[in-house]
Design a protein around this ligand. Structure first.
Ligand code: CP
Ligand code: NVA
Length: 301
């Protein structure tokens, strides 16, 4: 594995190995036996957008493994391509560091970084996808259900970057996924086709109640992703009826609740459901660290 840009670019074996290593390193961390396998390694973290979980979990993982992470925000290097071309940023960073983690608006920016940097590049969220989140989510599902195959995951809301990566991840691990979205906010047809390429695992639908029938997991994300703030009013209106609340949960009362965070209580999820015993949201957040520690070890080790 040279980069981690998209779930589709990884083989099933690579994804499985990453999950296995995540579990092993999580156990080592709990037992205090983590080894400093990235001693002397440096990761550049490029952020065009805000972040709590991604930034902290990558930085902590690098420190735990004996390496170092340097944060680069728009104030430092500008939006990629504006102060200088992405190709030049990539080639400069590639001379200084052992790996690059990037959160960008354009997906093309992480692809360009990967093409020109000469060091491993990790997609830490683009407008198109969020593969680190999806893999941490599968780790969480595996921990709570003891398996992935056959698990039914209902995603309620925007067919966005998080939903897309989750769909690709679910398809690789024989899970079933329903996505309920209002008109105009569905996953794009190409992504649905790609997720269903080997096996019919994903169904896009309109009705959230239908989507959660038989769900083991109910997942939601913000209605307004970073960069879409100007559309907030229209989006909030469009997503009316797509809230994960007690009424929706009553159709799948044993379902675990997942959310990648940050959450907007009163919009996509109610405080009651967010704080309920069904919620595994903070396990998800923690597992970002455990998945990415494994990813860094594979790519930079
Ligand atoms: N879920 C997630 O990626 O969180 P941050 O935006 O805080 O990194
Ligand atoms: N869909 C959200 C995810 C945040 C982690 C966004 O892109 O803002």
């Amino acid at each position: 594995m040279r980069h981690f840009l998209a779930i589709q670019e990884c083989t099933n074996q690579e994804l499985r190995d990453l999950l296995t290593l995540s579990v092993e390193l999580k156990r080592d961390q709990r037992q205090g036996t983590l080894r400093q396998t990235l001693k002397g390694k440096v990761l550049a973290m490029v952020f065009e957008k805000a972040s709590l979980r991604t930034r902290m979990s990558f930085q902590v993982a690098m420190s735990e493994l004996g390496g170092h992470a340097i944060n680069l925000k728009p104030d430092d290097i500008g939006i990629l391509g504006q102060r200088e071309p992405v190709q030049d940023i990539a080639r400069v960073l590639g001379r200084y560091v052992d790996g690059i983690m990037a959160r960008t608006f354009l997906h093309q920016s992480v692809l360009d970084l990967a093409r020109y940097a000469g060091v491993p590049v990790i997609n830490a969220l683009t407008d198109w996808s969020h593969p680190c989140q999806a893999m941490a989510d599968l780790l969480t599902v595996q921990e709570h259900f003891g398996r992935l195959a056959g698990i039914n995951l209902a995603f309620i809301g925007d067919g966005n970057n998080v939903a897309r990566s989750l769909a690709f991840a679910c398809s690789r691990f024989d899970m079933h996924m329903t996505v309920a979205s209002p008109a105009g906010y569905e996953l794009d047809v190409e992504s649905i086709q790609a997720a269903n390429q080997e096996r019919e695992c994903l169904v896009q639908m309109r009705d959230p109640v239908e989507a959660v029938q038989g769900a083991d997991v109910i997942y939601t994300d913000t209605w307004v992703s970073m960069g879409q703030e100007a559309e907030t009013e229209a989006r909030v209106r469009s997503f009316e009826g797509y809230q994960v609340n007690a009424d929706l949960l009553s159709h799948a009362p044993r379902a675990r609740i997942m959310h990648c965070l940050p959450a907007h209580r009163g919009h996509e999820i109610t405080d009651e459901v967010f704080e309920s015993a069904n919620s595994v949201i903070f396990d998800q957040a923690e597992n970002r660290l455990h998945f990415q520690r494994a990813l860094l070890q594979v790519l930079l080790g």
